[in-house]
Write a protein that binds this ligand. Structure first.
Ligand SMILES: *[C@@H]1O[C@H](CO)[C@@H](O)[C@H](O)[C@H]1NC(C)=O
Ligand SMILES: *[C@@H]1O[C@H](CO)[C@@H](O)[C@H](O)[C@H]1NC(C)=O
Ligand SMILES: *[C@@H]1O[C@H](CO)[C@@H](O)[C@H](O)[C@H]1NC(C)=O
Ligand SMILES: *[C@@H]1O[C@H](CO)[C@@H](O)[C@H](O)[C@H]1NC(C)=O
Ligand SMILES: *[C@@H]1O[C@H](CO)[C@@H](O)[C@H](O)[C@H]1NC(C)=O
Ligand SMILES: *[C@@H]1O[C@H](CO)[C@@H](O)[C@H](O)[C@H]1NC(C)=O
Length: 357
């Protein structure tokens, strides 16, 4: 609309030159100025940023600024803010003068962001990809990601401090992220999947590489089986390869939903450290087997104890006979000894006599 008017103005310009005193012409010039001025402010690039209008990209790197630039051009589709010192993302941090932006990609890695306030991304209804990697998030509002109906990819690699992991579960609620297809959470020391209900999202890819997940229990494996479309990356987690892992082990083997299944390693128990989870034998994760083994040891112990008891009983019941038997032996021994003694005495005399001679 504005552009059409402007073209109309320039087309009128020659006429203007010929009738300088025409009041109408002055009027048109004034209108043209008014119409052109906002267009010019839109072209202004925020200080310490680089703007590429053809690609719709605004890049702001390594500045002293501690805030998001306030004057982001309306034509921006990709905003890259990197290496700045933004400790808090406030409500509507990306609203340019109270108006919505058509931005689709927002990359905010390495900005030292610690706090995300409620509705921080308000006014970005078209946002498709949000990268918050390599920050130090210690507080994330439960409504941090509200107002992002079209968000497809949320990237939070190496960004979440342990004290924020519980808040993360509420912030990643399916209500606010119903179109999320890709969630990357690598390197966050997570002990479990921070999603309250996996089945309420539309997730296709979940990256949990390099966290602290030791096991994924049976009920959650059931949910994973049901979510046929989801792929979960899980390498570099310290799996505890006991029989707790049974359901997960079979899921790895026959669901093909874990693309890096071959790279998952056991870190416990010590005997299985470094062994790939999929290379375990079925017996290693068989709880029945483990229980049976324990049961058989107990059984062996009981049998041995019974044998001992029976033996003692036999001894006890036969104590009369045993006493007699012992006495007999003692008597026999004594008799024998006496015979020896006698013989010794008889033999010793002549020998002594010989020695004396
Ligand atoms: C970042 O900004 C805060 C104040 O907002 C300041 O205290 C801190 O020293 C700054 N850090 C760096 C690395 O510049
Ligand atoms: C911002 O909005 C105020 C009033 O809402 C207006 O006066 C000002 O011209 C606007 N600035 C830009 C750059 O659009
Ligand atoms: C996030 O981390 C994972 C694992 O290190 C990596 O594969 C992925 O490319 C990272 N994502 C981005 C956007 O850097
Ligand atoms: C895993 O994440 C930690 C931080 O949580 C990082 O220091 C380490 O370099 C990462 N390892 C790999 C192989 O990416
Ligand atoms: C299943 O996952 C939820 C979070 O997604 C977690 O709270 C729960 O402890 C997990 N259960 C098992 C058995 O792993
Ligand atoms: C996975 O494999 C195990 C063992 O081969 C089998 O008992 C189980 O039924 C399979 N589960 C699915 C869902 O295919």
């Amino acid at each position: 609309m504005r552009e059409k008017m402007w073209i109309f103005q320039t087309a009128d310009n020659p006429k203007c030159l010929f009738s300088v005193w025409n009041q109408w012409c002055l009027y048109y010039a004034a209108v043209a100025c008014l119409l052109l001025s906002p267009v010019r402010t839109e072209d202004v690039c925020p200080s310490s940023c680089v703007c590429a209008r053809e690609s719709g990209t605004v890049t702001c790197r390594d500045g002293e600024d501690t805030e998001v630039p306030g004057d982001i051009p309306e034509w921006t589709t990709t905003l890259i803010l990197k290496g700045r010192n933004i400790s808090t993302l406030q409500r509507g941090a990306f609203m340019s003068n109270g108006t919505e932006l058509e931005m689709t990609t927002l990359l905010l890695s390495y900005n030292g962001i610690q706090v995300i306030e409620p509705y921080a991304f308000l006014g970005l209804p078209r946002l498709h990809r949000l990268d918050l990697s390599h920050n130090q998030l210690e507080s994330i509002s439960a409504r941090a990601f509200h107002g992002l109906p079209e968000l497809h990819s949320l990237i939070l690699n190496h960004s979440i401090l342990p004290r924020a992991t519980e808040q993360l579960s509420s912030a990643l609620s399916p209500q606010s992220l119903r179109n999320l297809h890709r969630l990357e959470l690598a390197g966050n020391m997570l002990k479990y999947i921070p999603l309250v209900r996996l089945d309420m999202y539309n997730l296709r890819t979940l990256v949990l590489i390099n966290n602290s997940i030791e096991s994924i229990g049976g009920e959650n494996v059931t949910v994973l089986y049901q979510q046929r479309n989801i792929h979960v990356f899980l390498s570099l987690n310290p799996f505890r390869c006991t029989c707790e892992l049974e359901a997960f082990y079979y899921w790895l083997k026959n669901s093909s939903q874990c693309p890096d299944a071959g790279r998952l390693l056991c870190s416990e128990p010590e005997a299985k450290m470094g062994v790939p989870v999929v290379k375990l034998r079925a017996e290693d994760v068989d709880c029945m087997n483990e229980n049976l083994e324990a049961v058989s040891y107990v059984f062996l112990g009981i049998v041995l104890a019974l044998i001992g008891v029976v033996f003692l009983m036999v001894l006890y019941l036969n104590r009369g006979g045993i006493k007699r038997w012992l006495n007999n032996i003692r008597e026999a021994c004594r008799d024998q000894m006496e015979v020896y003694h006698y013989r010794y005495e008889q033999d010793s005399d002549p020998r002594l006599a010989n020695v004396a001679v």
